[in-house]
Design a protein around this ligand. Structure first.
Ligand SMILES: Cc1ncc(C[n+]2csc(CCOP(=O)(O)OP(=O)(O)O)c2C)c(N)n1
Ligand SMILES: [Mg+2]
Length: 505
């Protein structure tokens, strides 16, 4: 296994026992969140999961060097860092896993991106830019690997321009005269991409405060480093970027083992200081990281790792090594650390349960709203059979033509995501709905219900659609001619009960 050595300065960030134990707690919470997350996917509560297990400890060190005003551009492994800087809670983490569309529950993407896509909000409720120098910031993650690199370079360059150009100093909510560092994270395999090399070269030319961390777990999904990186070491092959200390422009390059907590703390303190003060770009190659659960929920790492590699990963697990270090240095006892682990489990269980309840209760509430609306529609219009058949349609194959013209004006509440989109951001509020469409369930009146019913019965009068339609609203039912028989075979039992037996989750 690779072993990178780093000459380190004396500890530049004097931390106390309290700090160490806090880091240990957070590392464990993060690991347990990853383990719980994978289970949630396998239980069918989320579609896919990719987690930050095995990369916890370097992120704690990075967070300790990250200051207000700084920016991150990273990727899906960074949950520990985001919680450490106070911009993510574990409940929000699970809300994103479940794809909760409520921006209050999932502020990073409102459930629109896959899990592990982090972001901080830069606009307030009125759509105004917040003071970014007072917060720890992250650009919004995107899924193509290495695509964080161009934006990382851009943010670092912006910081340099704010320092160089006095006319920009008036924009005090954007930059404190270029004192900000842009922190980037990227996986080892993704450094093979052109965007990585281009961004590093440009940063060296421009001499910008860009600090790139490579989380090196030796794999890119299941493909080992020998098939990804020349010499299997990104820091070795980028060594030519190293500045020589004689006035020549270049980088500072560090290599440090990902389980070496003390070494990581020192490296990040030193690296961030050089980057921030001198505007020298930095590459930190964090080696010897692991994938305790494999790459993602789509695979199983036992199939692509040797028995020896799996054993090595267990022995070099960064949490395990952190525990060893805390005990060896006398910062904690076994009992204290056991207690922290137990408390972390409670924290994660609570976060997961609360996030799920929040997500699922909202769906149940919408279902209950819809029951009321359908009952009212039946009562108002006597279209019991039509509704019944629509539900049966819902059980079948989706129709290629969604029949959206009519369904757009069906009496149903706006989806929760849409209601939230109207709240945030305000300038992107959805256009007002057609006059007959209720804004909320309580806005439904018998008149409007009757109109909606008649719209269901004929397609000719339907205005153009304004939003997508559930797949099960088909033209065959939705645009049924008004003359078609509806009620002769009406069952005596309550239609809503039958309807809900079918629709209920
Ligand atoms: C441009 C692009 N190509 C391929 C993928 C599919 N993909 C997702 S993760 C990944 C491997 C990344 O490995 P690495 O950079 O080492 O990060 P790790 O997951 O190991 O932390 C790949 C190939 C992608 N998301 N984007
Ligand atoms: Mg990797």
């Amino acid at each position: 296994m690779p072993t990178a050595e780093t000459a380190l300065p004396a500890l530049s960030a004097p931390l106390s026992k309290v700090d160490f134990l806090d880091d240990y707690r957070l590392a464990w919470e993060s690991r347990l969140a990853s383990l719980a997350g994978r289970k949630e996917v396998f239980m069918g509560k989320a579609k896919f999961g990719i987690f930050g297990d095995g990369k916890e400890v370097p992120q704690l060190a990075m967070a300790r060097a990250f200051q207000n005003g700084d920016f991150r551009a990273g990727y899906y492994r960074d949950q520990t860092f985001m919680v450490a800087i106070g911009q993510l809670t574990w409940q929000q983490y699970f809300a994103q896993l479940y794809a909760n569309p409520d921006v209050e529950a999932e502020p990073a993407t409102g459930g629109r991106a896959m899990n592990g896509h982090f972001a901080t909000r830069m606009l307030d409720d009125d759509g105004n830019l917040t003071d970014l120098t007072k917060t720890k910031n992250s650009s919004a993650d995107v899924s193509p690997t290495a695509s964080q690199m161009p934006r990382l370079l851009g943010m670092a360059y912006a910081s340099k321009l704010f320092r160089q150009n006095p006319e920009l100093h008036q924009f005090t909510a954007l930059s404190n005269k270029g004192n900000e560092v842009a922190f980037g994270t990227i996986g080892n395999a993704s450094t093979s991409e052109g965007m990585f090399f281009e961004a590093l070269n440009a940063a060296g030319v421009l001499q910008v405060p860009m600090l790139v961390s490579v989380w090196d777990d030796h794999y890119g999904i299941s493909v080992p480093a020998e098939y990804q990186t020349t010499k299997q070491s990104i820091s070795e092959i980028m060594a030519g970027l190293q500045r020589d200390g004689e006035g020549q422009q270049g980088f500072e390059i560090y290599a440090v083992r990902g389980w070496d907590y003390a070494g990581l703390i020192d490296t990040y303190q030193r690296a961030a200081a050089v980057c921030r003060e001198q505007h020298v770009p930095v590459l930190i190659h964090v080696t010897e990281l692991t994938q305790p659960q494999g790459h993602s929920t789509s695979g199983s790492h036992e199939r692509y790792k040797s028995k020896e590699r799996l054993q090595w990963e267990e022995a070099h697990d960064c949490l395990h090594k952190l525990r060893e270090w805390l005990l060896a240095e006398g910062h904690a006892t076994e009992i204290e650390l056991d207690e922290i682990e137990k408390a972390a489990a409670v924290t994660i269980k609570t976060a997961r349960t609360t996030a799920w309840a929040d997500f699922f209760d909202a769906i149940k509430a919408e279902r209950d709203e819809a029951v009321v609306l359908l009952d009212q529609l039946v009562a108002d219009t006597g279209t019991e059979n039509t509704l019944h058949e629509m539900v049966e349609q819902a059980q079948g194959e989706p129709h290629a033509d969604s029949g959206r013209h009519c369904a757009d004006h069906a009496p149903r509440p706006a989806p929760r995501a849409q209601r939230k989109a109207q709240l945030w951001p305000p300038q992107r509020a959805a256009p007002p709905r057609a006059a007959c469409s209720p804004k909320t369930p309580t806005a439904i009146t018998p008149t409007c219900s009757a109109k909606a019913s008649s719209l269901l019965a004929t397609s000719k009068k339907c205005p153009p659609p304004s939003r997508p339609t559930p797949r099960w609203w088909t033209p065959a039912r939705c645009c049924r001619p008004a003359s078609m028989p509806t009620s002769s075979a009406t069952p005596a039992s309550s239609p809503s009960a039958k309807t809900w037996a079918r629709l209920a989750m």
